[in-house]
Write a protein that binds this ligand. Structure first.
Ligand SMILES: [Zn+2]
Length: 274
């Protein structure tokens, strides 16, 4: 769909012309004759490489592989973005404080002549509230510096967007948040096994649209609640890569073998045949 026009495209391999199998809710396809994969994007079918992270260690039990879009964050751009938003908000905050002082010290002559006291507690109230509220809404610079420093020290910082099917929208936030927070080290290889469909329901453009949503969830609450600040923040990312990560399924829970966390398994639909 582009500019409100619905285009109909044949499900055909762009490499060998082979017909692609219908995949239901999944947006990734694999050509049977040539094994190449492709994905539905905003501009139609596009070739796709899928990677699979190796198991860090052998584990007993059922391993399920769940796909994530992994996007590299531009930390330099984030630092500039944060700095300009903070400068802007600090200026506004100072302006409000100055206006308050001017309001306090400059009573019009006619007010004085009439012996009125308009600058009593009630009249001064709103200006004081605005000023103190805005300064409270500015996140701590030390806190921001700590977060940026950690991202820079890591060398690279990735955002993990869950790409598997779930009816539970909270699961997107939670699992994406946990993977992003853990910034796991892993080894991944191209994955072309024709017997294993990739359970991906999310296109790369939609993954990019969800980046801020997931990134914001990883920030401390003291920053998340600074609404004027948060409104100005946007994380730039590059090249979404689709990677499947191993999870160990056991009695009601899924353990991320790469991310080192557990989630309840009913949050995720791990059955590709459904
Ligand atoms: Zn093909």
């Amino acid at each position: 769909m582009k500019d409100g026009l619905l285009t109909v495209q044949r499900l055909q391999c762009s490499h060998c012309g082979g017909e692609l199998p219908i995949m239901g809710r999944y947006v990734t396809f694999q050509c049977r004759p040539c094994f190449r994969r492709c994905i539905i994007t905003d501009d139609g079918l596009a070739p796709l490489n899928v990677y699979r992270a190796s198991l860090p260690e052998e584990r007993e039990g059922t391993i399920v592989y769940l796909p994530f879009w992994v996007l590299r964050a531009d930390v330099d751009a984030l630092r500039k973005n944060i700095s300009s938003v903070m400068t802007g908000l600090t200026e506004i905050s100072q302006k409000i404080a100055t206006m308050k002082i001017e309001a306090d010290t400059s009573e019009p002559d006619w007010v004085l002549e009439l012996g009125m006291n308009l600058m009593g507690a009630d009249a001064r109230g709103p200006a004081m509230i605005d000023s103190s509220n805005l300064s409270k809404r500015l996140p701590s610079r030390a806190r921001l510096e700590h977060i940026l420093g950690r991202m820079e020290a890591a060398g690279r910082w990735h955002i993990y967007i869950p790409a598997f099917w779930t009816t539970n929208t909270r699961a997107y936030l939670k699992i994406g948040h946990l993977m992003t927070r853990s910034q796991p080290a892993f080894h991944a290889e191209r994955f072309d096994d024709p017997e294993r469909p990739v359970m991906c329901v999310l296109g790369p453009e939609d993954a990019v649209r969800l980046v801020d949503y997931i990134f914001f969830a990883t920030l401390p609450e003291s920053i998340q609640t600074c609404s004027s600040f948060m409104k100005g923040i946007h994380l730039e990312v590059a090249n979404p890569v689709l990677i499947e990560f191993p999870f160990l399924e056991s009695s009601g829970s899924l353990e991320s073998l790469v991310g080192g966390f557990h989630i309840q398994s009913q949050m995720v639909d791990t059955d590709p045949t459904e």
